[in-house]
Design a protein around this ligand. Structure first.
Ligand SMILES: C[S@@+](CC[C@H](N)C(=O)[O-])C[C@H]1O[C@@H](n2cnc3c(N)ncnc32)[C@H](O)[C@@H]1O
Length: 255
């Protein structure tokens, strides 16, 4: 029996196909794996260090699309305590975990919207900033979704987007996290997590399969930039990140 066949048999949720991430199952282990992954923390830093130079209003309206367990909103709320946040994600478990974290915030100004990004609508020019981190690859058709996102952003506002666009190499990532755990003496924690989190490896294999079948968008940095320009964004910054597996773009909507 191949890995893929085993996955299909073991999948707890029969409505999730074998080339699709089961986000509910992933959610339970997501934060543990993020904590062991310095590249994940680095992505958050890439956002945080741009906030002071963007000169956003204190009461900014910020939307996080595919917001997962809420790590980006939690980090940002420390810098923008008066901002209003909208968290959009369709996955129940991710949203439950995010809700718990938001309730611990000093000023929990977060509205959680449980919906598919493809279905959700906001009035035009609602947000000063939209973030979308490692979610767009799973949200097709990407062009239409990006056009919709652009319409939600106020003139002069920004899109901060990171997207996993290269072929997923599960073994290479596992070895990376092991190496990093050794450096920071968290190997014991990683070993335990690996035993607990076979689900994560399983989900990563599903994502690889989804890339092969075309369910998940693969792109080069140039293709990513072109797609954003095609949707009317002014691309201020564009470079590969997340160990070369993803691209980061900062885009502006013209005034
Ligand atoms: C890899 S996680 C990233 C989460 C978060 N942005 C972060 O970086 O920690 C991708 C998230 O996108 C969400 N997602 C995937 N497809 C979606 C869709 N069509 N609409 C809304 N959310 C979606 C998943 O539920 C998951 O929480």
């Amino acid at each position: 029996m191949s890995f893929e066949e085993k996955d299909e048999v073991k999948s707890k949720n029969p409505s999730v196909s074998s080339d699709e991430m089961d986000w509910d199952a992933y959610a339970e282990h997501y934060d543990e794996m993020c904590a062991l992954n310095p590249a994940y923390q680095n992505n958050i830093e890439l956002l945080l260090k741009r906030i002071p130079i963007w000169n956003m209003p204190a009461n900014a309206k910020v939307c996080d699309l595919g917001a997962g367990t809420g790590n980006y909103i939690c980090s940002l709320s420390a810098l923008l305590p008066e901002a209003d946040f909208v968290h959009v994600d369709f996955d129940t478990k991710m949203n439950e975990l995010a809700t718990q974290k938001y309730s611990q915030l000093e000023k929990p100004n977060v509205q959680i919207v449980q919906e598919y990004a493809q279905r959700i609508e906001f009035p035009k020019q609602s947000f000063d900033l939209v973030m979308c981190v490692n979610a767009l690859y799973a949200i097709s058709p990407q062009l239409e979704v990006l056009q919709k996102i652009r319409s939600w952003i106020k003139p002069g506002g920004r899109l901060f987007i990171i997207d996993f666009g290269r072929k997923q190499k599960t073994l290479e990532w596992t070895l990376y996290i092991l190496r990093e755990s050794l450096k920071s003496n968290t190997l014991g924690r990683y070993a335990k997590t690996l035993i607990d989190a076979r689900e994560v490896l399983k989900q990563n294999r599903r994502s690889t399969k989804g890339q092969i079948t075309g369910r998940y968008w693969l792109h080069s940095t140039n293709q990513f930039g072109e797609t954003l320009r095609q949707c009317g964004f002014l691309v201020e910054e564009l470079f590969p990140c997340y160990r070369g597996y993803a691209d980061l773009a900062v885009c502006r909507v013209s005034e």
